[in-house]
Design a protein around this ligand. Structure first.
Ligand code: KIV
Length: 280
């Protein structure tokens, strides 16, 4: 997509209440994915740690490392997208303290990320502040935070009671005060996302948080029908590429078996005269 590079200050200012268009964010983990996302006009490409589940075949996001995230961020960055590149800090890359957070955040920035995202509220404020103080822009992530899968006992909707909702809103304000430039809200009731969006001066980006957020995010493979297994309620499939791909590769297998591939046009030929007496 041509046009001016999207920056962190631009996303920070993109509040729907101030007349700005909603933020469109999607994940990508490699060069073709980044090219497709950027050509589609997204504002933000998230190199999400969903990488673990949708690309690397793990059961949860806990197994990916800083090295994995850096490797995939570099592939995305090589395409030089117009969209802002945000990379997830994986589990245990910022939980052990602010120094580790900065060292690992810097590795991701050096691999091509332009900002990082991390999960959690009040218990992550020191890490957030240290990153922001080191000139590494941070996106927050509250609600259903997949790195907390064991602590939560699964992937369930969060902030469902008034008490839990208030606690999450307090976390959101604390994250804003610590310097995050936007916050992802995942799998929370619409009313809670609506209040968060109203109370915060930074944008909220929803996934399973309703229409009132300042933006939306989807996982690339979910949106294109390339993910397998359980489909969360909040996923809208815009294509069914898994089905299309199986059909395409079935046709290839058929053509190979029936000796219908390759054709003469798909084959290199030589001068017949030159090769008329060719033997070996
Ligand atoms: O890793 C990811 O893809 C995410 C989105 C679901 C927001 O964090």
């Amino acid at each position: 997509m041509s046009g001016e590079k999207v920056s962190v200050p631009q996303i920070r200012a993109q509040k729907v209440s101030s007349g700005q268009p909603p933020i469109a964010m999607i994940t990508a983990y490699d060069a073709p994915g980044a090219r497709i996302a950027d050509a589609s006009g997204v504002d933000v490409i998230l190199v999400g740690d969903s990488l673990a589940m949708v690309v690397l075949g793990y059961d949860d996001t806990l197994s990916v490392t800083v090295e994995d995230m850096a490797y995939h961020s570099a592939a995305v960055a090589r395409t030089k997208p117009r969209a802002l590149i945000v990379t997830d800090m994986p589990w245990m890359s910022y939980h052990t303290g602010p120094v580790d957070a900065v060292i690992n955040g810097a590795k991701l920035i050096r691999s091509g990320a332009e900002a990082v995202k991390l999960e959690g509220g009040r218990s992550r404020l020191e890490a957030v502040k240290a990153l922001v103080d080191s000139e590494i822009p941070v996106m927050g992530h509250l609600g259903l935070t997949p790195q907390s899968v064991h602590a939560f006992g699964g992937y369930s909707v969060q902030a469902k009671t008034k008490e839990a909702a208030k606690r999450m809103l307090e976390d959101a304000v604390e994250l804003q005060n610590a310097g995050v430039f936007s916050i992802v809200l995942e799998a929370i009731p619409q009313v809670v996302a609506q209040v968060a969006t109203k109370v915060l001066s930074i944008p909220t980006i929803g996934i399973g948080a309703g229409l009132d957020c300042d933006g939306q995010v989807l996982v690339f493979h979910d949106a294109l029908g390339l993910s397998f297994g359980h489909k969360p309620k909040f996923v809208r499939r815009y294509a069914n590429l898994a089905e299309e791909s199986v059909k395409a590769i079935e046709s290839y297998v058929h053509d190979v078996k029936m000796r219908q591939f390759p054709s003469a046009e798909e084959t290199y030929q030589v001068n017949q005269v030159e090769f008329s007496d060719f033997t070996f």
